[in-house]
Design a protein around this ligand. Structure first.
Ligand code: TRP
Length: 451
């Protein structure tokens, strides 16, 4: 196979860091992190989460970037190539195949949720939240979930946005999107945090997220924190691997990883503070899951002067965050279709996008017309989420980190990670022992094998 083809590259380290941070900062940061923190002891969870990012997230991310950068190929071809180089079984390429499949599945329901957010952006901008009470917000959400046409419309729009960027290639698509949206994201985040500080109840938000109640740390807390660190940093399906494959040889992986992990964590913490200061200022309880953003914030935004603008800004923030993530979820599959199947990028995007779009339609129908269809007792939406997030990602992440630290030759890893002897030893210990044990625990927990 000819891999000398021009596959595109980031223009430099800054572009890579922006794009990888764009991948990491997404729906996971803005609603999931604050709600998990609230449920698992606030500050204690935050502390455990930070530790998980440091001891599991960072070593796994370094490994993914390292594998991609060394191979300079899409994840399927990369794993095949690296296995050959290490004298290991060619079956390792299945890790890449699993990533492509996981990408299609994750993107299908991610796009449906992002579609809800676009819908809410339009509602906020047109002033339809004005004077909304909690009952009204609940009814509005139920109305949306019960309406397949409205959901299908915004899901289609989000898929077009995503595949439109991916079709433009690495520099003119992925990199440009990150260059435009990430600064906008940071600016909107600061405006909202500023608003929370000025008008919201930042004191209670801070107490909620940082007052450490250590009695509430349980094994479940730790497992939830590891799982969240993993999802939030986009690990386990080759998204960060394929981003690493567009990276030049001389760039220092460890430093880039630290920047991305810090940016992702900062966004999660700021999102939590902004959301909760607004929620508390309006005397509302931090509801859980999707309810937090979609049920409480419209009420909060509907009750203040300038709420239409503020609400629009907030949902625009979430759309941007989801958009720079969704392109990274698609990229392993697209790169594989272009490099291995020899399709043009545009055509690959049409085929992959159409497939994911159909899956997404099935997912959104499971809230209404097909709500009685169950797979293993789960709705189609929940089954897709479960299969990808709870099975494919942890298994993929485990295999990636095991390959990089046990199968790949030490000298080769050493070439990619030119750290001091001591730090290289720290990475290798974390990658060989700490991360695999952590990931195995998540896997056993979410599949219910841990009781
Ligand atoms: N990290 C993103 C979020 O927090 C989601 C995401 C993007 C992702 N790429 C991924 C998750 C790859 C797992 C694997 O919303």
């Amino acid at each position: 196979m000819d891999f000398t083809m021009d596959r595109g590259q980031w223009s430099g380290r800054g572009a890579f860091v922006l794009a990888a941070a764009g991948s990491a900062v997404g729906l996971g940061n803005i609603w999931k992190f604050p709600y998990l923190a609230g449920e698992h002891g606030g500050g204690a969870f935050v502390l455990v989460y930070l530790a998980c990012v440091a001891v599991v997230g960072v070593p796994v991310m370094m490994t993914e970037i390292m594998l991609g950068r060394r191979a300079q190929r899409n994840p399927v071809a990369a794993m095949a190539h690296l296995a050959r180089e290490a004298g290991a079984s060619s079956a390792w390429k299945l890790v890449g195949v699993m990533g492509v499949v996981a990408g299609a599945i994750i993107l299908s329901f991610y796009s449906v949720v992002a579609g809800w957010i676009i819908d809410y952006l339009v509602r906020a901008a047109t002033g339809s939240f004005a004077g909304l009470d909690p009952g009204g917000a609940e009814a509005a959400l139920e109305g949306l979930l019960g309406n397949p046409h409205e959901q299908a419309l915004w899901h289609s729009v989000f898929m077009l946005l995503t595949m439109g960027v991916v079709a433009c290639g690495v520099m003119r698509g992925l990199e440009r999107a990150a260059r435009i949206m990430m600064p906008a994201l940071a600016a909107i985040m600061l405006v909202l945090t500023g608003y929370g500080l000025a008008q919201g109840d930042m004191g209670r938000a801070l107490a909620f997220m940082f007052a450490a109640d250590f009695t509430r740390i349980s094994p479940q807390t730790v497992l939830a924190a590891v799982g969240q660190a993993f999802f939030s940093l986009s690990l386990g399906m080759g998204a960060i691997m394929v981003y690493g494959s567009y990276l030049e040889r001389h760039i220092l992986i460890a430093r880039a990883t630290i920047y991305v992990a810090c940016a992702d964590t900062a966004f999660a913490l700021l999102a939590g503070l902004a959301v909760f200061s607004i929620v508390f200022a309006h005397g509302m309880a931090p509801a859980s899951g999707p309810g937090l953003i979609l049920k409480t914030l419209p009420v909060a935004f509907g009750g203040v002067p300038g709420g239409a603008l503020l609400g629009s800004l907030f949902f625009l923030l979430v759309v941007f965050a989801a958009w720079t993530s969704s392109i990274s979820i698609a990229e392993p599959g697209i790169a594989w279709m272009v490099e291995n199947l020899r399709l043009g990028r545009g055509r690959a995007c049409v085929i992959f996008g159409a497939l994911v779009w159909v899956l997404g339609i099935a997912a959104l129908l499971s809230f209404n017309l097909w709500q009685d269809v169950k797979l293993f007792g789960l709705s189609i939406f929940d089954a897709l989420d479960y299969l990808a997030s709870n099975i494919l990602l942890p298994v993929g992440g485990l295999l990636i980190v095991v390959f990089g630290s046990w199968v790949m030759r030490r000298t080769h890893a050493r070439e990619e990670l030119p750290l001091g002897e001591r730090w290289f030893g720290v990475w290798r210990f974390a990658a060989r022992y700490v991360a695999p044990v952590g990931v195995t625990l998540i896997f056993l927990n979410v599949t219910g094998l841990l009781g």
